[in-house]
Design a protein around this ligand. Structure first.
Ligand code: ADP
Ligand code: ASP
Ligand code: MG
Length: 466
């Protein structure tokens, strides 16, 4: 069997869902399980409705809700010949959602638990449309509530899957359907605690759902259908001349995702890696493009594989004028951040200070509150983390020097070459991101780049000596 996961833009309207139906029909012989995200922007709107409700603004909340309802209802007749049951199913979900938002308006508070319950409607709504479209095209689709299959801890808004329980439930629920030649359709991103409380796997978490399904059922492969021709040398929204990456190792792709490349959710590759299941990133708008294969081994490439950008970084520096190496400060800061689920990507420890990158403003506020009575806290906002990724970055001769030369005139706030075997990261101001991406892409990632050629020559020379 295979898993086919469709992201928000791949189910954004009737036309996109029709493309999905064609792709699934072409792969019926491979026994697909379908994982669908919410329609594009729906999760954002649901979360916006939640915070609008918490501010007590009922008219604005209802307006957001009405816009969402009419978008889903309007998609049904566009997509289906017989849409009465689907419209009724969509209306029933909105009838369940409306009182939840009204309660938040009345209480003027939205807990993470309630926020997850509300966010779950995006995937629940999209799968109603997707499964109806598949059925009308003759595919024997079975709509499954992912909350019955994926069990997580109770870290609402960013829950971690409990693997044994999830594997058991996924197998028990999906294998009989596959044996009966049915095509299971389940929403990504949403799950539940063992007690049945709705949770979500963090933004972009549908990729992780797909990998969990693939891992539980020993899939032949997991296909991530999105809006780009596979994984590129950098985010195509940031730079116009990105290079196609045909194949990439699990470790490189995981590093890229962890360091900000939104194309995959950072935890996606863990279940796939454990079972050695290849993950393909494919374009639902350009399905003939081969996309990118993520797998254990990939043919040698001597240079930098890709460049990732993580936006919205704050540099937090804790310093003290009094003591050298303030005892316990670094370990306390790291414990605090770890407990808040927000470990820094890079950090630096000096004689009188500890500096960390934090990618969440609320965590910055909590960290400041916790430590400002004891040490000086300085938070620098509007920063970005730039990371170069390669299978073994330390083997690329001359990389740090070339990068520093290329950054002439750019303020580098912190850097960490070789903190990991696979990445070289540094922090710059957000305003410098386009220029830095352009310079580094031209230097390191274009087909004729000089560093790549120099490294290739060195490898050939090394091979000759050996
Ligand atoms: P989906 O809704 O299908 O899950 P996402 O928006 O989560 O799609 O991920 C796809 C987006 O990831 C692309 O549109 C692209 O802007 C972004 N992206 C970031 N880095 C990369 C990269 N290296 N290669 C391809 N896409 C990238
Ligand atoms: N719908 C969720 C989000 O927008 C999950 C996903 O799309 O993967 O974050
Ligand atoms: Mg995504």
């Amino acid at each position: 069997m295979i898993v086919m996961k469709f992201g928000g833009t791949s189910v954004e309207d009737a036309q996109a869902i029709r493309r999905l139906v064609n792709l699934v029909r072409e792969r019926l012989w491979q026994q697909p399980v379908i994982v669908s995200s919410a329609m594009a922007k729906v999760t954002d709107t649901l979360l916006q409705a939640t915070s609008t409700a918490a501010s007590g603004n009922e008219p604005a909340t209802l307006e957001l809700l009405e816009r969402l309802e009419s978008r889903h209802i309007a998609t049904a007749p566009d997509l289906l010949r017989d849409c009465s049951q689907t419209e009724a199913d969509i209306s029933a979900l909105f009838a369940e959602l409306r009182p939840l938002l009204s309660a938040i308006c009345a209480l003027r508070v939205a807990t993470p638990r309630l926020s997850d319950r509300i966010a779950s409607f995006g995937e629940r709504l999209a799968t109603v449309l997707v499964s109806a479209a598949l059925r009308e095209s003759g595919v024997n689709a079975a709509l499954i509530d992912a909350r019955e299959c994926i069990v997580t801890d109770d870290h609402f808004t960013c829950a971690a899957p409990l693997m044994d329980a999830s594997n058991q439930r996924l197998s028990a629920r999906l294998i009989p359907l596959l044996e009966a030649k049915r095509v299971p359709v389940l929403g990504g991103f949403i799950a539940a605690t063992a007690q049945g409380q709705t949770t979500t796997l963090g933004r972009g978490g549908s990729d992780l759902t797909a990998a969990l399904v693939g891992g539980a059922l020993d899939a032949e492969r997991v296909e991530i259908w999105t809006d780009v021709d596979g994984i590129r040398s950098t985010d195509p929204r940031l730079y116009g001349h990105t290079r196609h990456i045909e194949s990439i190792s699990f470790h490189e792709a995981a590093e890229l995702a962890q360091l900000g490349a939104k194309v995959l959710h950072p935890a996606t590759l863990i279940p796939a890696m454990e079972k050695n299941i290849p993950v393909y990133v494919l374009n639902s708008r350009n399905p003939l493009h081969p996309g990118t294969c993520v797998r254990t081994e990939c043919p040698g490439h001597d240079g930098v594989k890709a460049l990732a950008v993580k936006h919205g970084i704050t540099l937090v520096q804790a310093s003290t004028a009094r003591s050298f190496r303030p005892t316990g400060l670094a370990s306390e800061m790291f414990s605090f951040l770890e407990a808040d689920g927000c470990l820094p990507d890079i950090a630096s420890i000096g004689q009188t200070s500890v500096t960390v990158t934090v990618d969440n403003k609320e965590v910055v506020a909590r960290l400041t509150k916790q430590f400002e009575k004891r040490v000086n806290i300085k938070a620098e906002n509007s920063k970005a983390l730039i990371s170069l990724v390669a299978e073994d970055i330390r083997q690329i001769v001359g990389l740090p020097v070339q990068v520093l030369l290329a950054l002439d005139g750019i303020e580098v706030w912190m850097s960490s070459p070789g903190a990991s075997q696979r990445s070289f990261s540094f922090v710059i101001s957000e305003k410098d991101v386009p220029e830095v991406v352009r310079r580094l892409h031209e230097l390191l990632l274009e087909d004729n780049c000089s560093l790549l050629a120099a490294n290739a020559e060195q490898s050939v020379a090394h091979a000759a000596v050996v």
